[in-house]
Design a binder for this molecule. Structure first.
Ligand SMILES: Cc1cc2nc3c(=O)[nH]c(=O)nc-3n(C[C@H](O)[C@H](O)[C@H](O)COP(=O)(O)OP(=O)(O)OC[C@H]3O[C@@H](n4cnc5c(N)ncnc54)[C@H](O)[C@@H]3O)c2cc1C
Length: 382
């Protein structure tokens, strides 16, 4: 029953937040839009991963997690808290500014998942975030204040919050290290093999000088371009462009900036301001482009900033003013891609996928990180 209640709350909160954020960023027709189409997670995912009971799960179970993003680190902490110490393999050479320029919404389902994963982690994230109370919306000249988020706690049992992507990632990384979870940087997964039919998973990384590593269970948390997915799962659902890109930055908080405001003044563009907590704000702007002519997508911070200051955004002078004052090296642009829906299978015997590797969706839903956190909590559910 608890699982059913949790699933209902998750869907309901996803619906509420998706409604708000779809408005902000206006997804394209056919875009991965409905939270109802989001994947249903198998119960007892970890046990499922060892189908047929061929592997006993115990403290000595050797688990490798490929990818040290939000999903991979959250899964590592969740597993540690049930007595399994995984090793995280991250392709970046060192800890750096992960999630550059992005402010994210942790919706009630993500909030609940953080609690389920680790109480201390949850406390630290809440301390660093800005609790979501209301949203100012201006659409084609009509402005209103939506105070729906104030009722999230009453309706869904948990509130929503905004936080800097780099902030929540740093908290996850610090907590993982504090718990003694090994994190190996500069390890990019290259090849996966199995020892025998149902045997251990043998993984080679790009550094050929290192021996292959073998695991009882491999977790693919390697994001939208997942190599684990490419090598082990159906290849007919690779992420595709949606014809929209987003330019954004995180900047020091300022009293002149709105806590949470989305503005749509024409059918092609939308802008968003968010207060993120811990002295940070973010701004973001999105526009459609012709998919037959994608050459205009900015390729650097300089190009992205110049695009913001061009006539493209002349109807949005308030964001142009903020963009003008933002250093170009802190402006980022992402060409939005997503999968057509979740994969049919996320578990191949002792290999599982989570987060964007399993269900990369448009940021317009504001659910990618939330669902990575849900996956992590579910993975470790006994
Ligand atoms: C502009 C923007 C706004 C967003 N806003 C929100 C929001 O408001 N709310 C929300 O919930 N979500 C939001 N998202 C989505 C969210 O950021 C992602 O869904 C989330 O980061 C997915 O986490 P992940 O751990 O699955 O993947 P990632 O965060 O992509 O992490 C994957 C990790 O794997 C590593 N890796 C990749 N390949 C390999 C390899 N071969 N070997 C080893 N390591 C590898 C990568 O370096 C990376 O560290 C937003 C995204 C964008 C772009």
């Amino acid at each position: 029953m608890a699982a059913v209640g949790m699933a209902c709350r998750g869907v309901a909160s996803a619906l509420a937040v998706a409604g708000l954020l779809c408005l902000c960023i206006m997804p394209e027709r056919g875009e991965y839009r409905s939270p109802m189409k989001q994947p249903r997670r198998p119960r007892l995912w970890l046990a499922n991963a060892f189908r047929g009971g061929k592997t006993d799960i115990s403290g000595s179970t050797k688990v490798g997690i490929v990818g040290g993003g939000i999903g991979g680190l959250a899964a590592a902490i969740a597993l540690k808290n049930i007595g399994i110490t995984p090793t995280v393999y991250e392709k970046r050479e060192a800890y750096e500014n992960f999630g550059s320029g992005t402010g994210i919404c942790i919706a009630p389902n993500g909030f609940l998942s953080l609690k389920r994963i680790d109480a201390q982690l949850h406390t630290e994230v809440v301390k660093s975030a800005n609790l979501l109370k209301e949203l100012e919306i201006e659409v084609f000249g009509k402005a209103k204040v939506d105070d729906g988020p104030r009722t999230f706690e009453e309706k869904y049992g948990n509130p929503g919050m905004h936080i800097r992507w780099a902030g929540i990632h740093r908290i996850l990384m610090d907590r993982a290290m504090e718990l003694g979870i090994p994190i190996k940087f500069g390890q990019s997964l290259r090849q996966i093999e199995r020892e025998g039919k149902d045997g251990r998973v043998v993984v080679k990384f790009t550094d050929d000088t290192k021996d292959a590593e073998s695991f009882d269970l491999l977790v693919g948390a390697d994001g939208i371009n997942s190599e684990v997915r490419r090598q082990c799962f159906s290849s007919d659902n690779e992420p595709e462009r949606v014809g929209r890109f987003v330019i954004r930055a995180t900047i020091p908080e300022s009293e002149n900036m709105p806590p949470c405001r989305t503005t749509v003044r024409d059918p092609k563009h939308a802008t968003l301001f968010l207060k993120l907590g811990s002295g940070w704000h973010s701004w973001a702007a999105t526009t459609r482009y012709d998919m037959n002519d994608p050459q205009h997508i900015p390729k650097s911070g300089e190009e992205a900033k110049a695009f913001m200051l061009s006539d493209e955004f002349k109807l949005y002078p308030e964001i142009q003013n903020v963009a003008k004052a933002t250093p170009a090296n802190e402006v980022f642009c992402t060409d939005i891609r997503q999968m057509r829906g979740p994969l049919k299978e996320w578990v191949q015997r002792n290999i599982v996928l989570l987060g964007d590797a399993a269900h990369a969706m448009s940021p317009a839903l504001g659910q990618g990180a939330n669902m990575a956190l849900e996956d992590a909590a579910q993975l470790a559910q006994r």
